[in-house]
Design a protein. Structure first.
Lengths: 218, 218
DNA sequence: CGATCAATGAAACGTTTGTTTGAAATGGGG
DNA sequence: CCCCATTTCAAACAAACGTTTCATTGATCG
C-alpha cells in the first residue's frame, strides 16, 4: 500500500509519461496500462474514464512541480538585476533541464498550448504565482506610473524568449544545425536572455514609452 | 476543370481547414470529405491516403503563404530601425492578422511545434528565407566581430517574443482577462516588441558581450 | 473455516477510424 | 449508338479505440 507502488500511482505515472509524449488523443489507455503493469479495466476502476485519468495526471505533474516553483525568497540585499537573472535561469531550467521526469512539463505545456478542462486549474495554481513573482521583480525596474498593460507586455517579452527554446526546439535544431545546438546550454541561453532583457529594461527606467498608449484604439 | 472548383482542390481546402483546427490525428477523413462535398473514397483516389493528403495540404498552405513572405525590398534610405519595426509588424500580422484563411498558418505552426514529415520542406522554403531576411536587418545593428551563435540568439529573442502571442494565446487571455486582451492590437504589440528589442540592440552595438562565449563548455 | 469485499484479470462490447471494393454515373471520340 | 477512360458513390472492410462485463483472486474479519 505504499503510495508509490500501488496500481493507482503507477497508472498516474505511466499516464503522464504517455500523455506527455503523444498528447491526449494519440495516447491509448492500453499503452498506459501496459506501461503501468495494470489491466485496462483498472482505469475505469480508479478514475472512471480516460479523460478523468488525464486530468488527474496533469494535476499530479502540477503538484510534483509545485515545489519547484520559484518563490525562492531572495535575500533583500540581492540586486534586482541578479534577481531577474536568477528568475530567468530558473525558468529555463524548468523548461530545458534534465534529471527530473520529462513528462511533468511535457503534459503541462501541451495543456497550455491546446487547453482542455485542466487549463483553468493549471493557470491558477502554477502559472499565475510564477507571473506574480516576475511582476514583483519587474517593479524594481519600472516606474510606478507605468500602466499595467505595458508591464504585462514586458513580462511576456521575457517568458516568450524562454518558452521559445522549449516549444520550437526541433525547428531551432534544424535551423542552426546539430553542432551549434549542442552548445545551447542553459547557462548560455540564460545569460543571453538576461542581458537582452536588462539592456532593454534600462531604457524603460530612463525614458517614457514612445507611444502614449492609445486609450481608445479606433 | 477550373483548378479551384474540382474535387481535388476542394479536398485540399477542406483538409487544411480541418487539420489546422484539430491536428492530424483528431481530424477525420470523413469530416474533411463532408466539408469538401466529396466521397470518402476521393481521398484515396486523388492522394492515396490520409498522410499524403496532409503533406499536400501543408504544401498548399505554404505555397499560398509564400507570396506573403516578407522580402519587401525596403528602400535603401530607410533606417535600420524602421526596417526592424517593419519586420516585426509584418511577422506579427502573419501570426495574428485576420482576413486570410486561418488554416494556412494554423497547419504550418502545428507542424513546427510537432514536426512530422512535412517539416524539412517547411523550414527550407518558408522559415529559413524569413530568418535570412532578419539576419540581414540585424547586420546593421551588430558588430561584424560578433560570432554567429550570438547573432542567432538575438534573432530567437525577437521571433520568440512574437510567436508567444500566437502559441500561448489562450493562456495570455486567461492571464490578463478578456477586457485587457481585447486591447492587444497588432500595432500595440508590434510597437512594444520593437521598442523592447531596439533598446536592447543599442547595448550590443556599444559594448562587447558580457560572457566570452565559452568555446569548450565542460 | 466461511463470508465479505476491494482489486485484478481475460474477453468481449459497440463505435469510430482509415482504407478498400465494385458498381454506377459521366462525358467525350469513333 | 456504343465504347472506354475518368470520376463518383454507397457499402463494407479490418483494425484500433474507450469502455464494460463478469469471473476470479487474495486478504480481512467474524
Amino acid at each position: 500500500m505504499s503510495p508509490n507502488d500501488d496500481t493507482k500511482s503507477r497508472l498516474l505515472e505511466a499516464a503522464g509519461r504517455v500523455f506527455s509524449e503523444k498528447g491526449y488523443d494519440l495516447a491509448t489507455v492500453r499503452e498506459i496500462c501496459l506501461g503501468a503493469d495494470a489491466n485496462v479495466a483498472a482505469v475505469h476502476y480508479y478514475f472512471g474514464d480516460k479523460s478523468r485519468l488525464y486530468i488527474e495526471a496533469v494535476r499530479e505533474a502540477q503538484c510534483a512541480r509545485a515545489e519547484d516553483v520559484p518563490i525562492p525568497q531572495w535575500q533583500p540585499e540581492m540586486s534586482s538585476e541578479d534577481k531577474l537573472r536568477d528568475f530567468i535561469k530558473t525558468f529555463l531550467t524548468r523548461l530545458l533541464g534534465k534529471g527530473r521526469p520529462d513528462w511533468h512539463l511535457g503534459i503541462m505545456l501541451r495543456e497550455l498550448a491546446h487547453p482542455t478542462q485542466a487549463c483553468h486549474e493549471l493557470v491558477r495554481d502554477y502559472i499565475r504565482p510564477m507571473a506574480d513573482v516576475l511582476k514583483v521583480i519587474l517593479d524594481d525596474f519600472l516606474p510606478a506610473s507605468m500602466p499595467m498593460v505595458q508591464r504585462h507586455l514586458i513580462g511576456f517579452s521575457i517568458v516568450g524568449q524562454c518558452l521559445f527554446y522549449y516549444v520550437h526546439k526541433p525547428i531551432i535544431r534544424e535551423l542552426v544545425g546539430d553542432e551549434e545546438y549542442q552548445g545551447y546550454h542553459i547557462d548560455l541561453l540564460a545569460d543571453h536572455i538576461a542581458r537582452f532583457t536588462l539592456s532593454s529594461l534600462q531604457s524603460f527606467t530612463t525614458s517614457p514609452p514612445p507611444v502614449p498608449l492609445p486609450e481608445t484604439p479606433a
